[in-house]
Each structure stands twice: as C-alpha cells, then as structure tokens.
Design a protein around this ligand. Sequence first.
Ligand SMILES: NC(=O)c1ccc[n+]([C@@H]2O[C@H](COP(=O)([O-])OP(=O)(O)OC[C@H]3O[C@@H](n4cnc5c(N)ncnc54)[C@H](O)[C@@H]3O)[C@@H](O)[C@H]2O)c1
Length: 317
Amino acid sequence: MRALVTGGAGFLGSGLVESLVREGYEVVVMDTCWRGRKENLRSVADKISFIEADACMPSSYDRIERPSTIDVVFHLCAINGTKWFHEEARMVMDVNVNSTLRSIEFAEENNCRYVFTSSPEAFGESDRMPLGDVEPSVFSAPSQHQRHAYGASKYLGELAVHHAVRNGLDARIVRPFNGYGPRLLGDAYGQVVNMMMKSALEDGVVLVHGDGSQTRCLTHVDDLVRGIHAAGRVNGLSGCTVNLGSVDEISMLALAQRIEALVKQETGKSARIQFTEANLGDSKRRLPHLLNAQQLLGWNADIPLDDGLLQTLRSML
Ligand SMILES: NC(=O)c1ccc[n+]([C@@H]2O[C@H](COP(=O)([O-])OP(=O)(O)OC[C@H]3O[C@@H](n4cnc5c(N)ncnc54)[C@H](O)[C@@H]3O)[C@@H](O)[C@H]2O)c1
C-alpha cells in the first residue's frame, strides 16, 4: 500500500507516518516545514519519501513518483494554532482551503481513497453538545474577530469533500478533538496543554484564558493517530464523518491546576496560575459524539489524561 500524507512533518502527521510505516505502507510526505519539522520523522527518515513542497500548488503533486500507485491520501496539512487565526486570517484561509482542493483533485485524478482532517472548530461557537455529524455551524459576525478563519476553512473543506463524494471519490472526514502529547508546539502559536507546560517550566506561570470555566476533551496523540489511520484503512466509509475525541471533559482552570501540581511533582518548581483575557470566539464546551467512531472504527480514546499529561511533561524536560 502507498500513502500520501500532506502535513506529515507536523504533530499528528508525523505520528501517522510512523504508524503507517510500521504497518508496511510506502509513505510519501508533502510538507513545507512551515510548522512541522523533519526531525519529527527522524525514526522513519530512510523509509519514506519527503517532498518539501506547498500542498496548495498543483506542481507540487507532479513531484510524486508513480502517482497512480498511491492508494490513500491523508490530508493533514493546514495552518493550525489559535494565534495564527487572529493574526494571519487570510493565510489560514488560503492554505487550508486551497491545499484541500488541490489534494482532493490529486486523489480524484489518481483514484485514491481520501481522508480529510477537519476539526470541531468547523462548528464555530455551536453549543449543541455532544457534537454529532449533522449539527449546524455557528460563526459570529466577521467584523468582530478573525478566529473563524480556521473553523470556516474546515467547514468549506468538509463541503468540498462531500462534493467530491457525490462525484464518486471514496472520501472520509475525521475530526480530532484537542490533541496533546509530545511534539505539540508549546510556544505562543501552539496549543493549550503544551503551552501551559512550557510557560510553567520556563516562566513559572500557567496562563488561563478568561475565567477558565470553558471545557475541552483532551485527546492523546497516540489515540488520534490510531483513529486517523483506521479511517484510511476501513472499507465502506465513503461520505462518513468520524469524531475522534476523549469524552472526559476538563475545564481549563482544572487543567492549569493539574499541570501546576505535575510540574511541582516532577521538577520541584512552583508555577502560579495567572488569568488573562479570553480568546475571542472560543467555544465554551467541545464534547464529541462517538457513535461513528465506535461503530465504524471500533475506536475509543484509551489513554487516561493523567498518564498522557505525565508523558507529555517528561518529553519536555
Ligand atoms: N492537533 C489537534 O488537536 C487538531 C484538532 C483538530 C484538527 N486538527 C487538524 O489536524 C491536522 C494536523 O494538525 P497538527 O496539530 O498536526 O498541526 P501541525 O501544524 O503540527 O501540522 C500541520 C502541518 O502542515 C504543514 N503545512 C502548513 N502549510 C503547508 C503547505 N502549504 N503545504 C504543505 N504543508 C504545509 C506544516 O508545516 C505542519 O507540518 C490539521 O489539518 C489540523 O487542522 C488538529
């Protein structure tokens, strides 16, 4: 089996590539290394083809050898990281929409299966939880803030996938819920768990946006990779959408307190919780409905949060 993984040098992509290689796939990675890193793929470097190229450009796909032998495209390339959504909204829209359209076209031309990595952010500020498959999206007025550049681009990506399915492509959608684990960026453009850990370790501060009552279902990278891999393996899923997320909700204040305690336990360092302004457009709650994940993939999130947090913190020491 041959797979193309766009965004394969990133947080989820590199784990997926390792998983595919373990299962005997021949893997082609396409990544600009804009946010991903080649060193994430160190363990499989001699077993994969790496194309450092922009997945928005049709010419990038011309660099794939024997394209008609690619069986499955996993499309993970995107601009991710909340700060980017506000600061570089047009870049987010450009990359997320155009890379999705170009990779769908490649899959159509070469008769590949296609797996699109969407996001619960495709539903914006919807408060209908748990999030099922046919929920309406709720986006605030574009004049208020730029946050939904990302979520709306994922919404358009899902539309494009369903259009391609109607035209005969075997395409599926997965929606990871708040991934965390080793390799997730913890800088200002990163994501919550690793950001809290990095600032606790380096600055002695854990920042909580707003009052910290907003909840998330944090899902370990290994669970997410297992689900994305399975979504590309299982037959008969064309047009299906699968949420991949833990169902254990935790408030961001409770997360900050756990990280504060964990940092103390592992390093002896004290960190204090500091409240900062809320992220505009942040949803209060994000909880997945797992019916499809369980019935179609036999998938549940297995890794307990405390185990995953400890492993993640130790990877940063
Ligand atoms: N991590 C999560 O919790 C989460 C949640 C929901 C959805 N997702 C989606 O899953 C996918 C992977 O997310 P991630 O957390 O691994 O993000 P990531 O930023 O680590 O990975 C994205 C990769 O895409 C690459 N990239 C960016 N622009 C590119 C371009 N024009 N051409 C080729 N490559 C380009 C980056 O360099 C990076 O390696 C994304 O589509 C993201 O939107 C992630």
